[in-house]
Design a protein around this ligand. Structure first.
Ligand SMILES: [Fe+2]
Ligand SMILES: [Fe+2]
Length: 207
């Protein structure tokens, strides 16, 4: 594990508002538990979880500005809901400023909000650990079921979450990020993780 990267991520997390910091530390714990259960290096899962929300405290206007500066794609959904850019902006800042070279780690941070069909085990663990923060029970009342599924089968848990989240967003008249729809479609087709992410975001993830 890259100790220098880890300490830079820790510095970023220490500078975040206390509530967000507490969320991140709970996600680290959950990600480590999921990693142990699913044969993933717990230190890697912990670092992914520690890094996932480093850009979460930035206001929407700053996320839009930074995304433009960093050359990140900004679609219709991100324009309407700029907070969705905190994963991509965080991943790109870590890559450019903190020496993040591990592609799986980059993708895990980048896609932790919407999901992506190509997310590997680390990406799925970070995605689910973020949703399994016990304090999100108000937002996700089905959290106990999701937790049970996540410890059994990461893909089943992701299918359950994306199905419920898409349903909820549609019911509220909100937009749904295309990557979340793609993720669910891919899980339904049983093709999750068949398409490596490297090809798609090679320019951003190259070491
Ligand atoms: Fe987040
Ligand atoms: Fe989070």
């Amino acid at each position: 594990m890259d100790a220098a990267l880890r300490s830079r991520v820790e510095e970023r997390v220490d500078a975040l508002p206390p509530g967000l910091r507490d969320h991140i530390h709970r996600v680290v714990e959950i990600a480590q538990e999921l990693a142990v259960r699913h044969d993933l290096a717990p230190e890697l899962a912990a670092l992914g979880a520690l890094a996932h929300d480093v850009a979460r405290a930035m206001p929407g206007s700053e996320l839009l500005r930074r995304a433009a500066e960093l050359g990140l794609p900004v679609g219709l959904v991100e324009r309407r809901v700029p907070v969705l850019l905190h994963g991509p902006v965080g991943a790109e800042l870590l890559r450019r400023e903190d020496g993040l070279q591990n592609s799986a780690l980059y993708q895990a941070v980048y896609w932790h909000t919407s999901g992506h069909p190509g997310l590997d085990k680390l990406g799925r663990v970070v995605f689910l650990a973020d949703k399994l923060d016990p304090q999100k029970i108000g937002r996700y009342p089905y959290l106990p079921l999701l937790q049970q599924l996540a410890f059994q089968d990461l893909d089943q848990a992701m299918l359950e979450f994306t199905t419920r989240e898409i349903t909820s967003l549609v019911a509220q008249g909100e937009m749904v990020h295309p990557a979340m729809v793609d993720t669910r479609n891919s899980l339904l087709a049983g093709h999750a993780n068949n398409k490596p992410l490297e090809a798609e975001r090679a320019s951003n993830s190259q070491r």
